[in-house]
Design a protein around this ligand. Structure first.
Ligand code: ADP
Ligand code: MG
Length: 220
């Protein structure tokens, strides 16, 4: 467990656990804000949903102690599906379960494998939810983040720099949902009245991407 991380394959179970710790801390810190964002265009439960899900995921990972990064992501995804009521649980659960399955059983993989796995996971969100860019959903943060991550890695950046770029793009993507009209989920019931409010799911997605940047930074 205390093995020196392989610089060629920095994504190991410890990386995935650092991500989970950072994500759980961010969700706890921002739960009130996520719920506040879910008030005018939703049912004011997004912060509580995410908090419940991530606390349960942290407990599950402590208890089952998966030894591969794929195993950690699959367990977090499965826990979110079973504990988060609401649209976001199955969507985030699908993302993480599919990404984890793509990583397979390997104890450590290069960051390019994680990028490909996350892309497969986000594809799963799009398939399950049927949203496209501009629909004012979590995809409006996740897709720009994936593009930035891929672009940075293709340009030769390391994991820390590439995930920092992804986090910045996710944050900008979340902010950019404010003028959008919601076309999916609860917020779409409001039609025009959904305009002028930042999407809660895009906002929590930016937190989850920022948690990857934190995990990668600690690795450097
Ligand atoms: P609920 O809307 O069921 O109360 P949450 O409040 O936990 O669930 O999550 C709401 C968020 O889920 C939205 O802000 C949006 O980002 C995301 N969401 C809802 N429906 C979809 C969808 N079809 N595709 C992608 N994301 C969606
Ligand atoms: Mg809600």
């Amino acid at each position: 467990m205390n093995a020196t991380p392989d610089p060629e394959a920095p994504v190991d179970a410890a990386f995935a656990r650092r991500w989970l710790a950072a994500a759980t801390a961010a969700v706890e810190r921002e739960a009130a804000r996520l719920t506040e964002l879910d008030s005018p265009i939703g049912d004011a439960d997004h912060g509580a949903n995410m908090r419940r899900g991530f606390l349960a995921a942290r407990t599950a990972v402590e208890q089952e102690a998966p030894q591969t990064p794929g195993g950690v992501l699959v367990l977090v995804g499965r826990t979110l599906i079973s504990t988060v009521g609401g649209a976001s649980g199955p969507l985030y659960g699908t993302l993480l379960r599919r990404a984890g399955k793509e990583l397979g059983e390997e104890p450590a993989v290069p960051v390019t494998r994680l990028r490909d796995a996350l892309r497969a996971g986000v594809d799963g969100v799009a398939q399950l939810g049927g949203a496209v860019p501009g629909d004012k959903t979590m995809l409006d943060a996740l897709l720009p983040a994936l593009d930035a991550l891929g672009g940075a890695l293709d340009a030769g950046d390391g994991a820390a720099k590439a995930f920092a770029a992804a986090a910045e793009a996710a944050g900008a993507g979340a902010t950019a949902t404010t003028p959008m009209r919601a076309r999916k989920g609860r917020a779409s019931y409001l039609g025009e009245r959904s305009i002028g409010h930042q999407d809660p799911g895009a906002t929590s997605s930016a937190l989850l991407v920022e948690a990857f940047a934190e995990a990668a930074r600690e690795d450097a």
